[in-house]
Design a protein. Structure first.
Length: 510
């Protein structure tokens, strides 16, 4: 695959030179679930397809890295049958169906024919986006969060386009942006924040949350931001279709004039593009041009944490950020956005002023505390948020009630997966008490559930402890110290995310 870079009156553009115009980019896909003799061939075919997709996207990534200010005018052709097949197998098998009622397994029954038909409609411009099915899930604070469940074919096309656009934007996004990016997780963001607090002068923390971000994204601004890098109008039309598809609730389709639905495959990428131009580039320039001291930035989707060593910088940045967001139709949450004194000197400074212990702040499910190690030195401590712990236990209690009539081994196997999954995220250093308490509460909930199944049940504590030993994982720390893991993952300096005055990174190698 070759790209020709041309200069004209408009910005420099990238144009693909087609090798064989009019031909499909790949042969058709063999359907899964055939005779035994075809099983190995099908697996090999999928593997070869993914290698081919990876190679083509790798060339796009290389071009994007070399020419950061130029636009791609030919990307739509990359959405071929190979990429659509790869996108299909990327999706969750058991995900809820959209308004079309088609599940992953339904679509797989005639995968080859379905993908051929979808590919043809896409390239004939006959593809139509369906409205998302609106569903509400409870939040930890008792409120409901609206989700938009897209139709299966919309998910496939969105996942394919995300793969193409990631090849472009992953070279542009800054290091302190972590939300919903390939090879970056919530723990990577937590590690970066902990490293910045531990190794640089951080005395103040701005804990910022953008109010109703996914519901208030301005469509016009979003398209303008995408067009900075994407000049292929077929890609732009696809994005517009999804933004304007609307949402169906109780059989009524509601138009969407702003926002991007949470739960759709492409929404996280569009959110990152929006905040890249609205916040990331601006914040990076602000700390270079206006900050008098150290500034540490970590962003995960619409959750932003900024560390400062000077109170003056923190106050000026907060005011400037509010003005910046308002100019693009966004606002900070008045209750969730706070400026708190934090860090190695917070306890001493507050004691000198006759105040109590340093305030804490929440980020990605953990409460961050200015603590002390055994030697008396400062140590950042993290524990599971109390409201999240209560919400997790309530879910276990409700699900046990629905599983009352299952056998003990079935309940035990389910609880093993639930508890282990909870530990996989929350079992970080300094959080042992919280995960131990979670395990103890789960055991008690299970014992009570078994007692209530029948008046004749005699589940004593001795029996409950035997079941616990057999089914419930032990509480133990599974994650290394954040600074240690950060150094192991990012041995090189990343210029785009350097923490001022310290020479370390707030993010990994791009």
């Amino acid at each position: 695959m070759m790209y020709e870079w041309e200069k004209s009156d408009s910005p420099i553009v990238a144009t693909k030179l087609a090798n064989k115009p009019g031909e499909l980019g790949a042969e058709s896909v063999e359907r899964r679930g055939g005779a035994k003799g075809n099983t190995d061939w099908s697996r090999t075919r999928r593997t070869q397809s993914r290698i081919s997709v990876s190679q083509r996207l790798g060339r796009v990534r290389q071009a994007a890295r070399q020419r950061k200010k130029e636009r791609f005018t030919a990307l739509f052709h990359l959405i071929d049958i190979d990429l659509l097949e790869t996108a299909f197998f990327w999706l969750k098998r058991r995900a809820a169906a959209g308004v079309d009622g088609v599940t992953w397994h339904d679509y797989e029954q005639d995968l080859e024919g379905n993908l051929k038909d979808l590919h043809g409609r896409l390239h004939r411009q006959a593809y139509r986006a369906l409205p998302s099915r609106r569903r509400y899930i409870p939040k930890a604070d008792g409120k409901l969060r609206p989700l938009g469940i897209a139709a299966l074919e919309d998910k496939i096309v969105q996942r394919a386009l995300v793969a193409v656009l990631n090849a472009v934007y992953e070279t542009d996004f800054l290091g302190f942006s972590y939300g919903f990016r390939p090879q970056r997780s919530q723990h990577d963001a937590l590690d970066a924040l902990a490293t910045g607090v531990a190794r640089t002068n951080v005395n103040w923390i701005l804990d910022a949350d953008i109010s109703r971000f996914f519901d208030t994204v301005n469509h016009d601004w979003l398209i303008r931001f995408v067009e900075h890098r994407i000049g292929d109008q077929r890609v732009i039309r696809l994005i517009r279709k999804w933004l304007k598809a609307g949402a169906m609730e109780d059989g009524v389709i509601e138009p969407t004039d702003e926002g991007t639905p949470q739960g759709s495959v492409i929404s996280p990428l569009l959110a990152n593009i929006y905040l890249h131009y609205v916040f990331d580039l601006w914040a990076n320039q602000w700390r270079k041009r206006h900050a008098e001291g150290n500034v540490v930035i970590v962003r995960y989707a619409d959750d932003i944490v900024v560390g400062f060593d000077k109170l003056r910088d923190a106050k000026r940045f907060k005011r400037a950020m509010q003005q910046r967001l308002e100019s693009f139709g966004l606002s900070v949450h008045p209750e969730k956005t706070r400026l708190v004194e934090f860090g190695r000197f917070a306890a001493r400074n507050r004691a000198n002023r006759g105040l109590g212990k340093p305030e804490t702040f929440n980020f990605l499910g953990f409460t961050h505390i200015s603590g002390r190690a055994r030697d008396g030195n400062f140590m950042l401590m993290r524990k599971t948020r109390s409201d999240r712990l209560r919400a997790a236990l309530q879910k276990v209690k409700d699900e046990l009630r629905r599983r009352w009539h299952q056998s003990i081994p079935e309940q035990g196997e389910w609880l093993r997966r639930v508890v282990q999954g909870y530990f996989n995220y929350h079992a970080v250093p300094t959080n042992f008490r919280a995960i131990r308490a979670y395990r103890a509460h789960v055991i008690d909930l299970w014992r009570r559930a078994l007692l209530r199944r029948s008046q004749k049940d005699k589940t004593t504590w001795a029996k409950a402890l035997r079941l616990t030993k057999q089914w419930i994982p032990l509480a133990r720390i599974l994650h290394p110290w954040p600074v240690v893991r950060f150094d192991a993952k990012h041995p090189r300096q990343e210029p785009g995310a350097r923490i001022a005055h310290a020479g370390i990174r707030a993010g990994g190698v791009q």
